[in-house]
Design a protein around this ligand. Sequence first.
Ligand code: KG4
Ligand code: ZN
Length: 334
Amino acid sequence: MSIILAIESSCDETSASVIIQGQVKSNMIAGQSVHEAYGGVVPELASREHQKNIVPVVDQALSKAGITKKDLDAVAFTRGPGLLGALLVGTSFAKGLALGLNIPLIEVNHMQAHILAHFIEAPFPKSPFICLTVSGGHTQLVLVKSHLEMEVIGQTTDDAVGEAFDKTAKLLGLPYPGGPLIDKYAREGDPHAFSFPKVKAPGELNFSFSGIKTAILYFLRDEVKENPNFIKERLPDICASVQHTLINILLEQLVKAAEAYKIDQIGIAGGVSANSSLRSRLHTLGQEKGWDTFIPEFQFCTDNAAMIAITAHFMYQKKLFAPANVSPLPRMKI
Ligand code: KG4
Ligand code: ZN
């Protein structure tokens, strides 16, 4: 039997989770509203918030799972990718705890963990499967050959799709993170009200989002010049149209990847996979294409430690432990 505590602190969520023999028993998350006013995550403020939250969040995760520190067999943490100062808080905490308890440390790749969130709750995808991982910092198509064997087969050549959501929201005067708000307003709007050009990225399975971001900027500037109340009057239609365009880009590349690799097990993961339209459109597309589609439960899509815990569970079985002097890797790759 293995009992593992996992810690996530790569960006602006401090989270701790306990997993017992592959079953997630707790997943506590402390968010950071301090960034709202700045239109993006302020790294120094994120580190300070992690420092404040990490002890109470870990205590809550242990007590909700009904265990104490002495019951632990290993401590896992996000090594990267992420913000250096933010990662340092989780890494240092995990190292100190593992050293004090004399138990192994497990270093987890955050992007791999987003994908392995699919194995927290059944039904599980059968390997090999393709996962479209969409977050604030990444947009990747990943061929998942087994739990710990993954290959990136496509990715963004500039911005991540989450960034495109958040930057559009900022242009519309919405607070950070704007993705969930665009999702909310889009539900009342017409996705075909406005159209934006799709930019083709170099490479068959890659993505590009910086061109559409600029197109939205100029579109809003021109419309507001004509009618200063344009954003206020048409907010739902703008959100629905932008969201529709972004999701079209994602799904087009996903279809190409599935066809190129002849794979019908398809998943999505990462913060943007919490988007209600992406979730429902993937479902419909899956029925059309004859795919088995997989979407993690909402709480396991955005940053959380349960996904770190399930990854650590697989790594523990293979005794993939980190050295005691491990340090964060802000640009860690799959
Ligand atoms: O995976 P995540 O929580 O953090 C990173 O690893 O980056 O992803 C955060 C991103 C943000 O860009 C946020 O706006 C976006 O996920 N996001 C959404 C939704 N919920 C979160 N984007 C669109 N619709 C949503 N419902
Ligand atoms: Zn993430």
